[in-house]
Design a protein around this ligand. Sequence first.
Ligand code: HEC
Ligand code: HEC
Length: 402
Amino acid sequence: MGQQEECFLKKCTSKELVRLDLAIKYFAIKYFAIKYLATKYLAIKYLATKEQTVKLLKYSVISLSLLGLYAVIVTSVGADKLAYQTIFKPLPPVTEVTPDSRENAMVSLGERLYFETALSLDNDLSCNSCHKLDAFGVDNEKTSPGHKGQRGGRNSPTVYNSALNIAQFWDGRAADVEAQALGPILNPIEMAMPDEAAVLARLVSSDVVGGNYPQLFAKAFPEEKEPLTYKNVGAAIGAFERTLLTPSAFDDYLMGDESALTAEEQKGLQRFVETGCVACHAGVGIGGGMYQKLGLVVPYESADQGRYDVTKTEADRHVFKVPSLRNIVKTSPYFHDGSIATLEEAVKLMGKHQLGKDLSDAEINEIVVFLGALTGRIPLRASTESAGCAADTSECSAEVSP
Ligand code: HEC
Ligand code: HEC
């Protein structure tokens, strides 16, 4: 995947930043023009005297011709589309791996580990317990039951497309999916393994169809003397997670298929941009590219200090990673604590607290219709092989050739 496809703010070159800025300004001008005309029309119709109307109309002729010219130019170069393509980015294609490549050995091992309950103290939990691959990478619980049913204070985000986020967790405390994967295994209220050595001992003594873990690690990390390390557990799971991308109708639209979005979805997209949601939810993830305060404009009540706990910087209080909105229709409940049950409510609160806008029910519905177009296609690997792998270990795809 190219640098450009991942660009959003922190990752952008200055040339890309200029383009992004232009695209956002373009919509600002466009919507300003529409609002300007609407206001003028209202003034002429209801408020102006005869003489004033004549004056207003005279100015209107001038401004309308200018706007008309502008409209002709932007339509002819497909400016809307160009601007959308600059603000958002389609998902990069998943790199094809050949069956007996080293990459495939690593991804297959990661896949196996993703479903491995031996990585939990009571042999009952795997990554898939809280991030179900056949349920868009979540468990649809407010907070997830971990070791002996204990729950933390945060909602489980989806693992789909999460490798593209600037960092992992609601507060960004892990740099990437490789580092992130090592957290839950040792977390006392999640998988609760006592230490790294215990994890490796478990893997050595666990059976895998057609072989064992030391063999699988040796295949995945051929250049290493001691391939079975805790760090490599994370590297393999991370490699698997990087394949978990879910291209959607919106990606098809961004790549030029006009008919991929219905008229309602396109209207919703316009509303999403016009309302200002793109100030934070943009880029390849439609989010996931920056940190922002929850309650930026109107304060939001929450005990969770967010990124402050990571950086201890006052400015980071109640700051969270802006979540990706891909598959958002499928990943309820919402917000870092899972306290918001419906998407409509989440959008309403966003309008109020992040933008200081009271969105009408009609506007909220338009946006929700657009968000539906972000529901993606689950990769075959996750939807068939691994789901089978979880249910019936003998069908698992990560096999060792004898
Ligand atoms: C008991 C439930 C549970 C288990 C088991 C679990 N997770 Fe999570 N996961 C969570 C919760 C809750 C969060 C959010 C925590 C936070 O942000 O502080 C999270 C966050 C994540 C994220 C960050 C996503 C993002 O967009 O920020 C990834 C990736 C992830 N988990 C992958 C895994 C992997 C891989 C495993 C297995 C090694 C795993 N999880 C095991 C509950 C779980
Ligand atoms: C100033 C930045 C900002 C703006 C503008 C913004 N958001 Fe958000 N959004 C966030 C942050 C930060 C969160 C995480 C909130 C939390 O802590 O749960 C979030 C969360 C969400 C969620 C819940 C995601 C989840 O996985 O639980 C939805 C849905 C959402 N935003 C939609 C929107 C919509 C629609 C708009 C426009 C009306 C919008 N946002 C405007 C920053 C923003």
